[in-house]
Design a protein around this ligand. Structure first.
Ligand code: HEM
Length: 206
């Protein structure tokens, strides 16, 4: 696979840190609004979900445009999704619950949107843990790709988490749901087309 030019990887890396930089800037200058904790938590949740969807969009983008090097950015974008999810969870646990683990456990049991968010987080852990070259080698490409198909149910759980959290205006989570449905639809169509072309081969394409 053609490697992306180093500047592209560095540029995407730097760009991926700009939401965090913006948040720190707003915090330093006290412009996070009347409920800064909620602003921080929601902002980080938004970016976690955006990075998940951006990572999922890499393969369709490669297939549609034929721009092969973009595939090399997928792992980094997926890890940024995990990074923002960790910050999102930490902000909730630290700033909202003051590290009251019992309150967290209660929330997981009682509030359904938290249950879904936590399920998404737990499912992300094995993906993050197996994101190194060494783990890909150890698992073998096929098993690794199968495991990483988990990213689809994770994204569904994350969108459902957002959807169930909002009380009235569902436009934003609905937009994410439509984008996710389009990305899933693309993958299903690509998999079916692949099977029609190669009826006897059984490889999974992540
Ligand atoms: C893959 C994992 C997750 C993703 C992608 C995600 C994403 C989101 C998004 C997009 C929002 C709405 C932001 C907005 O209103 O603009 C949100 C809100 C929230 N999430 Fe998550 N989340 C995840 C996991 C979690 C976990 C593990 C927890 C806690 C255990 C959690 C707790 C919350 C809370 C407390 C809110 C805000 C509720 C409020 O302000 O009323 N999330 N999340």
């Amino acid at each position: 696979m053609t490697r992306p030019t180093p500047w592209l990887k560095s540029a995407v890396f730097a760009l991926s840190l700009t939401p965090l930089a913006w948040l720190v800037w707003q915090a330093l200058f006290g412009t996070l609004g009347v409920n800064p904790i909620e602003t921080v938590n929601r902002f980080l949740g938004d970016w976690a979900l955006r990075f998940l969807l951006i990572a999922l969009a890499v393969t369709p983008l490669r297939k549609v445009t034929g721009w092969v090097p973009v595939a090399r950015l997928r792992r980094m974008l997926g890890l940024f999704a995990f990074f923002y999810v960790c910050l999102h969870l930490s902000s909730y646990l630290g700033l909202d619950l003051f590290f009251d683990w019992q309150a967290l456990a209660k929330d997981i049991v009682k509030r359904r949107y938290i249950t879904l968010g936590m399920a998404a987080f737990v499912l992300l852990l094995p993906l993050a843990a197996t994101s190194t070259d060494g783990m890909i080698r150890r698992l073998g490409g096929r098993r690794w790709r199968r495991l990483h198909l988990l990213v689809f149910p994770i994204a569904v759980l994350a969108v459902a988490h957002y959807w169930m959290m909002v009380k009235a205006d569902i436009r934003q989570p609905m937009l994410y749901a439509v984008i996710l449905a389009a990305l899933l639809g693309f993958r299903v169509a690509a998999a079916l087309a692949g099977r029609l072309r190669r009826p006897r081969s059984g490889g999974a394409a992540a």
